[in-house]
Every structure is written in structure tokens, then in C-alpha cells.
Write a new protein. Sequence first.
Lengths: 89, 385
Amino acid sequence: MKKYKVVTSISYPTKGAMGKTGSWRVFKPIFDKEKCIKCLRCWIFCPESSIKQEKDGTISIDYEYCKGCGICAAECKVKAIIMEREVQK
Amino acid sequence: MTIMIDTGNHIAAKAAVMAKPDVVAAYPITPQTTLVEGIASFKAAGEFTGEYICVESEHSAMSACIGASAAGSRVFTGTSSHGLLLMHEMLHWAALARLPIVMCNINRVVGPGWNIWADENDSISQRDTGWIQFYCSSNQEIFDTVIQAFKLAEHEKISLPVMISYNAFVLSHTSMPVDIPEQKVIDDFLGKYKPQWKLDVKNPITFGNIIGPVGYFNVRKAMINAHENALKLIPQIAQEWKQKSGYYHGGLIEEYKCDNAEYILLCMGAIGAESKVAIDEMKKKGIKIGLARVRTFRPSPIDEFIRLGNKADLIVIDRNISPGLGGALFAEVKSAIYDKSDAKVYGFIAGLGGTDVTYKDIETMCKKAINGKAKESELYGVVEV
């Protein structure tokens, strides 16, 4: 990857540059594999790349980085993702 | 070399187009309108082949310029007064992202009341945004400074946006003959733009994202270094342009008849041209006075102020005011020479609201200071109504 000499706020692609942002979550997306129609809208819309494609065509959620924004749940047409209040354990 | 007799705005448009920007994004505002219309005419005639983006506000204009510059384009825009103020947030953005955008600002009064005449408070209020700021005193200087500005902004030791200010109507709408060099001279002088960084799908990065305290302080430090580099590069680039075009308007400042001067007048913009006439008149009467016209307000030519302060007493005329303090240039000159020179510094604030400042007015102000009748800082030319 090409790095630039100029000193400004440029970010290069890296995993978790701001730490494990999953801890910011208030609402947690819960995925129901039975309802999933494998359209991958959630995967397209997730702004944090926290939706992972699985071999069977469905998805999984990376809770280490998912901030709980709820976009995946809003975009899912079959309600295979719902948001639940995060419970501190 | 051809001679073009035209207004400051049309000359700025010509210079901008000859610098071959990839993108111009602008929104019209009096007295800048004929500048962007000029560029649009060049676009219609096929002389400007870059993208012309019409936007819905100046905030959008600067945002579009930032986007285009971040994508690696050479970018030009222009604005004035309230348009510049609406850009304020994005001016900081452009400078901190180190994007070499070149912009003309036509100095116009800030309202209310609504007034379209010359006054520098619009650009003076942008002095802490990190932009390099030039002030021009003739249409030839506007042309030459726009060309120099691209070279400076895009220099690897600078990588900062540059603002070129000139007075509303006094220059923007006044025709003067200007020597226009051949296109090849400008092409050779500027070369192809090599961005210091750019958004590129083949090398994905993001910019302007979250940055911690330590990182941010480093971004500021780099910007300060770039301004220090500009103090050396501005005179150097002005000399290079002189060799290419034959035209020279000074480096950080333009000195006029300062040899053996006991008093030196400092000012910016079009008042600087009028001051030359005033200096000639006073010289005829045996007054030992010279002129130092400040071309570069940012970075501040501190060492030049100290050098002048060690030669003579200083008289500063500001066409701007920081209410509660005084003229901006006056305050900066005093601050620069503190503890370094014993020069007396007199400040006059004149021409606010676009009131005329003639060579006779300038002579009156200088004589008042020289005769010991001036206060340390005072308003000149207020007519009670």
C-alpha cells in the first residue's frame, strides 16, 4: 500500500483502528438464520464491514466491531435481523 | 505576449483558465460574479476544458473543491464577502487536509448593512484558517499572482490552499492593460500537477476521519512548517516568474523608494497602488518616506516588519478592523517588532465600507503621523451624517 509523506488525517485500511468499537453498542442486531433469504442487503449496507458472508450464503455478525447502528435490521426485508437492547453481563 | 485590456475579474478568469485547472466549482456573488461568468464563457468557447461545477452555495462550492482536490485535481474557485464567510468551515477543512486549492476573493464589505464596496474584513476574518493570503494592487498583479499561487500551493513543501484577495470594483471592475504571456510560458512554469496525496480506488484511503490529540498536534505542526517554508518560497517563486514573464510585484512585501526613508508606510491591496502616488508627492516636498506594500498577509512577513522597523518609523493604513483592537495589519506589525525595534508605529483605519481612499487622503494621514499629531491608532475619513 502506498503511504503519503504529507501529514494530514489520512487513514489507511486496517482492522479496528479505533479499537473494538463493539463496546459502543446500545442495541444489538440478532440474526435469525431461518428467515434469511440470502439477499445480502445487510452485507452491502453495513458501514463497518461487520457483516460477514458465510459459506451457506447467509451471514454472521462481528460483534467485536458492530456499533449497533441498526442499518442492517432496517434494510432486511424479511426481518431476519432485529435489534435488541444490549445487556451488560 | 499579448496585451489584454480588461477588468480584474476577467483577468483573474483568464489567469485561472491558463493555469488549466481540472475543476472549477463556484457560486456567483457580487462583486465576484464576472469572474465566474468569465470562466463560464471560456468553458462555452472551449478554451477551458476542465469541469465547471455549478453549486447551490459557497459552502458547497468549497466542499466540491475539496472533493475534487482530494481526488487529485487542480482546482480553482472564487468568492467574496458573505460567500467567503459561508465557506468558513470548509476553509479550515481545505487547509488542514493540505489541499492546494487556489481561490480569488474579491474584498467586499460584510453586512449588515448591505454594501458591495471594498473592505478587507471578509478575508481578514479568515486569517486563522491556514490559507496563504495574498493582496493585490493591480490587474497585472492579479494575473501574475494567480499563476504564482498554483505553483506555490502545489509545491511539495507547501501543499496548502492559497487565497488571492483584491478590492471590490477598484480592481474587480476596473479595466487595465495586462500583459498575457504565451500559454507555453505558463505550462512550463507550472508543470503538471503532482498531488501530495489523493483518493484513488487502486490505493484505498480515507481522509478527514477521527484523529487523536497527539496526531492532531502533528497535523498542526506540519501546517506551521509549511507556512514557514512559504516565507522562503513566495519570494523565490516571484523571482522565477519575473525571469519567465518579466513581471515582478515584490515577494512578501513590495518596497517602493524606501532608501534613506525616515518613515515607511505599510498597507495592503489597492491602497498600495494609490500610496505610490502619495509617496511621490511627499518626496517632492522633501519628506523622507517610502512604501512597503504587504503582498502576503499569511504567512506574516515578521522578519520584513522587523527589518523595516529598524530603518524607520512605521505608518500603517488598514482597510479593515478587528473591533475592540484596531487594524489587523497595525496590530500584527506592532506585535512583530515588539522588543526587536524601537520604531514608533502609527495606525490609521481608512476606507471602511468602501469609502474612497485617494493619494491625497494617504498624504494627509502620513503627514499627521509625521507631524506628531496622530494618535497611536485612529479612524480616518469618517464623515458624520
